[in-house]
Design a protein around this ligand. Sequence first.
Ligand SMILES: Nc1ncnc2c1ncn2[C@@H]1O[C@H](COP(=O)(O)OP(=O)(O)OP(=O)(O)O)[C@@H](O)[C@H]1O
Ligand SMILES: [Mg+2]
Length: 279
Amino acid sequence: MSFQVVRPPVGVAPLLKAEGVSLEYGATRATHDVSFDVYRGDRFVLLGPSGCGKSSLLKAAAGFIKPSAGRISIDGKTVEGPGADRIVVFQEFDQLPPWKTVKENVVFPLLMTKRLNKQEAEQRALHWIAKVGLGGFENAHPHTLSGGMKQRVAIARALAMQPEVLLMDEPFAALDALTRRNMQEELGRLWEELRFTLLFVTHSIEEALVIGNRILLLSPHPGQVRAELNSHQFGLHSAGSEEFQAAAQRIHGLLFGAEPSRDGAPAAAAPDSDRSAAL
Ligand SMILES: Nc1ncnc2c1ncn2[C@@H]1O[C@H](COP(=O)(O)OP(=O)(O)OP(=O)(O)O)[C@@H](O)[C@H]1O
Ligand SMILES: [Mg+2]
């Protein structure tokens, strides 16, 4: 099997661009000189072991933390702080205010933007609640919902905002295997319908292959780009296939194996133009 070479679409500017991004927490350098481009409609995955700076990069894209070097931009504008064009779905089930119902949880940020009145916000909320399969649970409170249902609310809340980029940090990691699979499928279906731009963080190779059309592999301490590859040929339908397993093994080798060889596999320090060579 082989991955296809990652080539940027000709004449299209990236929607989200990370250029030489280094992130630091005091003396800890979380990432070093990380660059990547996310194009409109991409399902772009940041994949790497614990501590490689995936969450930090997502937080920087969200505008919660500032790079110590480099920059992140959306549509050419430097990200200076949080904004309604970038909404984050986290792993934690407690990201929903517990005193608000499902509908109130989705309505609240819509009203905050001041772009919709109450009736419009409610209509939009109901639409998205139905889209994620939670019709009938509008008036339920989060503590009465399963983990998967809570994550659906968080997804509905995010998509209702119609962000330029949906940012997801291991949103399914705390779910049981079956629910996790369902949610991956559901996200795929939503993407097929809406073609939103997704920046998705995971440490699961299989999840990266299932969700992503492009995957950035990061190595830890500090997080650095190890390789970038195309994965649009994979999906849940191919999860058990030989090709899928071979791809997963190849990624595993790139992430955890010895320094990649020069014969086709991208080296950790390869320049940008090279790092997306066929694997
Ligand atoms: N708030 C913080 N204060 C200090 N150091 C931090 C903070 N957040 C992250 N770090 C450090 O930055 C590095 C990257 O952390 P980050 O959480 O971004 O990694 P990650 O790839 O998301 O890991 P995981 O897969 O475990 O979620 C780690 O060394 C971590 O200890
Ligand atoms: Mg993380």
